[in-house]
Write a protein that binds this ligand. Structure first.
Ligand SMILES: Nc1ncnc2c1ncn2[C@@H]1O[C@H](COP(=O)(O)OP(=O)(O)OP(=O)(O)O)[C@@H](O)[C@H]1O
Ligand SMILES: [Mg+2]
Length: 237
């Protein structure tokens, strides 16, 4: 039975980062939306998006390689890039080097960014360095909050950071926040689930909210181009 109009939750404030999400007021209470703060993320550099990837690492520059796990990764990435969260709000792309994990993660991030969403794209070790630097100039809290609460977070190369208690606690705080609040997160990693901290691995592998794709492919960087099909990629977003 449809809810009576008077019982319906009010819309999120127009233009707020939460109005797309369909649960604005509830989510908004959990967050600290301050337009000034999010405006910074309209700059790709503030969002951590490398300029060179804007042209190069896109869905339409992806080349089909006729490898099932890569096809699966591409379709999951395309889904999330379009904002379809119905299969899960976490996407984990795991696999060996040079298989296009960062390419797909950046492609998702650019689609969200260009759609006006607040995005943070960060290599895991850079993110931790930034947080550490935040202690010096009193921006630690702000950095942590932006990372936890932005609309899309991409953690590139999870598992390459030095396995220190400090780092693990920060990664745990960020991932747990996004897990509890069902916020979109894309993770790329070279390491196996059992090499990650158990609390982090468990959340990333939760079947109710996470799509985990184990890529099995050779390094694209060193592959003979003739092995690729559909040169020019899928032009469809
Ligand atoms: N299927 C593909 N189509 C087009 N370009 C690709 C494809 N796969 C990889 N590339 C390109 O190959 C290079 C390496 O890919 P990428 O950096 O995404 O690999 P990765 O899986 O993140 O590797 P690493 O684990 O070392 O970080 C990038 O320039 C990327 O754009
Ligand atoms: Mg990578």
């Amino acid at each position: 039975m449809p809810a009576a109009a008077s019982n319906m939750a009010p819309e999120a404030e127009a233009g707020s980062p939460y109005d797309y999400y369909g649960c604005g007021p509830r989510l908004k209470r959990l967050t600290t939306w301050e337009p000034e703060r999010w405006k910074n993320l309209r700059d790709p550099r503030m969002a951590g998006l490398p300029a060179a990837t804007r042209e190069a690492m896109r869905l339409h520059t992806w080349q089909e390689r006729d490898i099932p796990s890569l096809r699966e990764a591409y379709f999951a990435a395309r889904n999330l890039a379009r904002g379809n969260l119905s299969w899960g709000n976490f996407l984990v792309l795991a696999g060996p080097t040079g298989t296009g994990k960062t390419h797909l993660a950046a492609a998702i991030a650019w689609e969200w960014f260009e759609d006006g969403c607040s995005v943070v794209f960060a290599r895991m070790d850079d993110l931790l360095d930034g947080l550490r630097a935040g202690y010096e100039n009193s921006t630690y809290r702000q950095r942590l909050e932006i990372t936890r609460r932005c609309e899309l977070l991409v953690l590139d190369d999870l598992g390459t950071e030095a396995a220190k208690d400090w780092a693990e606690e920060k990664v745990d705080r960020i991932i747990d926040w996004r897990y509890i609040n069902r916020l979109p997160l894309v993770v790329t990693t070279n390491v196996r689930g059992d090499e990650l901290a158990p609390r982090i691995a468990s959340r990333l592998a939760d079947r109710s909210c996470s799509i985990v794709i184990q890529i099995e492919a050779t390094d694209y960087r060193t592959e003979e181009p003739k092995g690729r099909i559909n040169q020019g990629g899928d032009k469809e977003k």
